[in-house]
Design a protein around this ligand. Structure first.
Ligand code: KG4
Ligand code: ZN
Length: 370
C-alpha cells in the first residue's frame, strides 16, 4: 500500500504526517497558539512566517524517523489563511517534484470529516457535522469522495462563538478548550441563553445572536470578567482565578451551542429520510467536536435514532496533517491528483473539485530528476 505524506498549514498549526493504509505511521505537529495568544487571535502574517521556518524542520524530522519512502504528497489547499496555505502548498509542490511522486491538493473541510476514518470505519452514507473555528456545516457523505453540503455557517462559526465568548470574559486564547474544561464542572441553566437560529425550517447555522446575548450578559455582570490573565494562562490557574459563577454561565453557553447542533442534525436526519435517502451513521468533526457537551448530545441523538456515531479522539478533532494525508490518499488511490498549477483557496471561498484523472497513483511515469 502506498505511503502518503500530508502537510497542514491552513491556520496556526504546522503539521506533517505519514499515513499508509489508513494508519498513521508518524506525525509531527507544532502549535503556534502561544505566539498568537499575545494578540488574542491568529495574526495571519505571523502564522505564514512561522510555517515557513517550522515546516521544513518538521518534515526533515519525520522523513528521517521513517527512513523516507514516500509515494505521494498531500497538502491542505484551503479553505484557510491564504499566506499560510501558500507556504504548505509550495513546499508540497517542491517535495513532490523532487521525490518524483504525485501531488494531491486536499479540501481541509473534507479532511476533517474523513479524520475519524483513521480510527475506525465511517458508516457510509453518513451525516457529518463539521464544527471548527471557521465552519459549522452539515454534509451528507456518500463515500470518501462524495460530499453534499446540506447546511452551512451563515455568520460566526461554532468555534468562533467559543473563542469570542472567551475573549469577552478575558479568558486565555484559544477559548474553546478552556471554556469546555470550566463548563464541565457545572450544570447548565438552559434558559440563560437562547438556542440560536432554530426557529426556521433550514439546516444552516448562525451563532451571532448567541454571541451577542453572551456579550450582553457579561456586560451586565462585570464580575464574570477575569480581571487579569493568570501568569501562564494554564487551565488550572484560570480555574482558580475565575468567579464561581463563570462555570455555570459557560455550561449554559455550551448547552445552547450543542442544542442548536443537535436540533439541526435531527432535522437533517428527518430530511434525508423524507428524500428516501436515510443515512447509516453520524460523524462529528472539527475542533469543536472535542467539546464535551456537543459529544454528549450527539451520542444521545444517535441513541434516539438507533444509529452509530463516530467521535474522533481529541487529537484528530483539531487541525492535523494525518487527516490531510488520509484525504489525499483517497484521491491518489482513485488516480486523481494535481499538477504544479494547484492554487490555494482562502476562507469563505468554495474549494473546487478539480483533481485531475491520471495524476494519482496509477498515473503516468514519475519524473526522474536524477
Ligand atoms: O478545526 P480547528 O482546529 O481549526 C479550524 O479549522 O478552524 O478548530 C479550532 C476551533 C477553535 O475555535 C477552538 O476554540 C475550538 O475549535 N475548540 C473547541 C474545543 N477545542 C477546540 N471548542 C469547544 N470546545 C472544545 N473542547
Ligand atoms: Zn480545521
Amino acid at each position: 500500500m502506498p505511503r502518503v505524506l500530508g502537510i497542514e498549514t491552513s491556520c496556526d498549526e504546522t503539521g506533517v504526517a505519514l499515513v499508509q493504509d489508513g494508519m498513521i505511521l508518524a506525525q509531527e505537529l507544532a502549535s503556534q497558539a502561544e505566539l498568537h495568544s499575545l494578540f488574542g487571535g491568529v495574526v495571519p502574517e505571523l502564522a505564514s512566517r512561522r510555517h515557513l521556518t517550522v515546516l521544513p524542520r518538521l518534515c526533515d524530522e519525520l522523513l528521517h524517523r521513517c527512513g523516507g519512502g514516500v509515494d505521494g504528497v498531500a497538502v491542505a489547499r484551503g479553505p484557510g489563511l491564504l499566506g499560510a496555505l501558500l507556504v504548505g502548498l509550495n513546499y508540497a509542490k517542491g517535495l513532490a517534484f523532487s521525490l518524483g511522486v504525485p501531488l494531491a491538493g486536499v479540501n481541509h473541510l473534507h479532511a476533517h470529516l474523513l479524520a475519524p476514518g483513521l480510527e475506525g470505519d465511517i458508516p457510509y452514507p453518513a451525516l457529518g457535522l463539521l464544527v471548527s473555528g471557521g465552519h459549522s456545516h452539515i454534509y451528507r457523505m456518500d463515500s470518501p469522495v462524495e460530499f453534499e453540503l446540506l447546511g452551512r455557517t451563515l455568520d460566526d462559526a461554532a468555534g468562533e462563538a467559543f473563542d469570542k465568548a472567551a475573549k469577552v470574559l478575558n479568558l486565555p486564547y484559544p477559548g474553546g478548550a478552556i471554556i469546555d474544561s470550566l463548563a464541565r464542572e457545572a450544570e447548565p441553566i438552559p434558559e440563560l441563553f437562547p438556542i440560536p437560529y432554530v426557529d426556521n425550517d433550514n439546516l444552516d447555522f448562525s451563532f451571532s445572536g448567541l454571541k451577542t446575548a453572551f456579550a450582553n450578559h457579561a456586560a451586565s455582570n462585570p464580575h464574570l470578567r477575569l480581571r487579569s490573565l493568570p501568569g501562564e494562562g494554564s487551565v488550572n490557574s484560570t480555574k482558580e482565578a475565575v468567579h464561581p459563577e463563570v462555570p455555570g454561565v459557560l455550561a449554559s453557553f455550551s448547552h445552547s451551542v450543542s442544542e442548536a447542533c443537535r436540533i439541526k442534525l435531527a432535522r437533517a436526519l428527518d430530511r434525508e429520510a423524507q428524500r428516501r435517502m436515510p443515512v447509516a451513521g453520524l460523524v462529528l468533526a472539527g475542533g469543536v467536536a472535542a467539546n464535551s457537551f456537543l459529544r454528549d448530545s450527539m451520542v444521545s441523538l444517535a441513541r434516539e435514532r438507533d444509529l452509530p456515531v463516530i467521535l474522533p479522539s481529541f487529537a484528530l478533532c483539531t487541525d492535523n496533517a494525518a487527516m490531510v494525508a488520509l484525504a489525499g490518499g483517497v484521491l491518489l488511490e482513485r488516480n486523481l491528483g494535481h499538477d504544479n498549477s494547484l492554487d490555494a483557496v482562502p476562507r469563505g471561498r468554495k474549494v473546487p473539485d478539480d483533481a485531475v484523472s491520471g495524476l494519482g497513483f496509477a498515473g503516468g511515469e514519475r519524473v526522474d530528476i536524477g
